[in-house]
Structures are given as C-alpha cells and as structure tokens.
Design a protein around this ligand. Sequence first.
Ligand code: BES
Ligand code: ZN
Length: 372
Amino acid sequence: MRFSFCVAALAASVLALPTPDVETPKETFTVELADGERRQVTEAEKFALKADGKNFFDITEFLDFTPSSLTKRQTVTYPTTLTQGTSVRSLAAKLSSSNMQTNLQPFTEFNNRYYRASTGKQSSDWLLAKVKSYIPAGSVATAAQFTHSFTQSSVIAKIPGKGSKTVVVGAHQDSINGNSPSSGRAPGADDDGSGTVTILEAFRTLLTNSTIASGGAAQTIEFHWYAGEEGGLLGSQAIFSSYSSSGRNVVGMLNQDMTGYTAGYTSAGLTPKFGVITDNVSAALTTFTKRVITAYTIRAYADDECGYACSDHASATRYGFPSAMIFESEMKYENPYIHTTGDTISRVDFAHMVEHAKLVVGFVVELGFAVL
Ligand code: BES
Ligand code: ZN
C-alpha cells in the first residue's frame, strides 16, 4: 500500500503528468502566529493576515520543530571591553557611501525581488555575483547560494577563521509590494535594499584586512542575504534550522533590516537615532552591540520593540542562536513607504547607512577576534 502510493507519487512528480478530472488542491501553508497558534492558509490568506497586522512564521517546511524541543546550547559570554579599536577605525574609514549607492541603484531596478518571482531569482543571482566580485584573489573567503523550495536563493559568504565559532551578519534580499506581491513593483530601497548593500559594503571593506582575508580571525565570519523574508522568514528559518541540525556554533547574529530611512527625524530638524530592538533577541548580545554602537558610530540609540517576529533575527532566536537587531530609527519615526512603489532610492540616507556599516564592521571585528 505504502509502496504503491510512493511509486505513484514519484511517477507523478517526476513526469509532472497532468491530472485532468481531478481538482488540483489549493497550495496551502502552515503559519504560526504570535501566540503559538498554527493555521493552514492559502497564499492570499497569508497576505490578508499581514494586511490585518497579524504576523507569523511560515513553518510549512519546519513542522517537526518546536522551539521547546531545542537542546539548550552553552551561553556565550561577550566581552565587556572592546580591544580592536585600531583595526575597526582604519576599516571604517574605507566604507564608501557612493559604493552603496552604486549597488543599491540596480538592485532597486528589478521590478520586484519577490521570492517566488523570476525577478527575485535574477536579483539573487546579481547579488551572488556582486559578493563574489569582492573576494580578493588568494583569500580564503567563499560565497555560494543556499537554495530553497522556491525560486529565490539565499546567499552565504564565509570567511573561515581559526575556529568554528561563527559570527553572522544578515539582511534580507527580497522585496514585496504588499498589494500585489507576485508582480507588483517593489523597489524595496529601504526594505531591505539598504541592509543588503550596508552589509555588502562592510563585507567588501573587511576583506581589505589581510589578516581577516587570509583566515586569521579567531572566529569564522559569515554574511547572509536571506531569501523570502517577506513570505514569513523563510530563508533564515531554513538556514538556522540547517545550522541547528548540523551542530553549527553561531555565537552572535546581527540583523540589518532597514538601515536608510531618517526623514522622520530630519524633516523635524532632529538628529537620527538607531532603534535597538529588544524583543525576540538575546539581551546579552544586544548589550554588547550597544557598546559597539557607542564606540564606533556617531549615532545615539533608544530601545524599542517590533512587537512580533518582524524579521530574520527571530529565526536565529527560534533555533537557539543569540541575535541582535539594530534598526534605522525608533519605531515612532518608521518608514511609511515600505512594501509600496514609494520605497525608492531617493528616500534613503546614505550617510546613515555608513553609520550602520560602521556598526557591522565593529561588531564583526570585535566579536570575530574576541576570546570566547
Ligand atoms: N522590515 C520589515 C519589518 C519591519 C518593518 C521592522 C517596520 C521594523 C519596522 C520586514 O521586512 C517585514 O515586513 N516583516 C513582516 C513580517 C514577516 C514575518 C513576514 C511584517 O512586518 O509585516
Ligand atoms: Zn524588511
């Protein structure tokens, strides 16, 4: 019985035979809401939930996992003093806002970077090529796709260090038009083109340090560009689920989702501040990250909350890896244009993105050379 079912299913999937008289079941997804409730929904219902302000993880491919089933990992003790000031400052001086502009322009020109759209695959391929172009000849660094069940791939760059403890910086590469996800125009300049090119510029800069480029950091350093964040944290869940299963030791993940919108401050004559997200993150890693902000950026910060699993740091947390999330602003000044055609490059502040990039460089070098 079981055997013949499998053969039939295999034949159908391999040959992709049309099945005329049988109604094709609607594609459904399992989502987990903030209170832990699981629901079976269609893609349209997923977007209705989002529009209704109900946020979720799409856990369709991760049904066997519940956060309570995780075996607890050893807690990480972060440094209370920063020791890499000379290297961080010399790297930070090399960060280029015009490089970020040059990269963000073509990235926003894809009609959208929707994770199920052909343009979402094209943008992912563009990104991988760009990441590879920043790896100097002779460096130990590598970059590769992390493929998914949907068309867009995540991109992972790895700079091996002396040990396997791993520092991760992440941003999501996909964009979405909230009214018309699959084909609507979604430049996604701020959300999250800004984070994408911020960490890309930090990656380029870090590899100009010959110790890092040749594998001399204490920790392994990874840069992740997640696919399908807007579909329910899909790429990041797949990656952290896989890292959890294979016993990877991620000592800290810093998420950069939206780094460029400051008009809420500047239009009122105020100086921008970073928003330090305090929910769905590690308190200890967040305290360390605040030290990095103070030491290496000119920005003040204020604690704030997303109020739900708003981005990929929540996937790291879900799989037991410590994460932090530093946002472009306090929530009261949040960008009103995200998920619309109005999320354009003309509305992003590249000087602010340089401050985020300094944060990323400081985070990676301090944690990457720390004795943990
Ligand atoms: N970048 C946003 C999250 C965000 C928006 C954080 C505004 C802080 C302020 C992210 O890409 C997003 O849109 N997330 C979804 C939830 C996700 C689980 C589908 C959202 O907030 O609707
Ligand atoms: Zn985002």
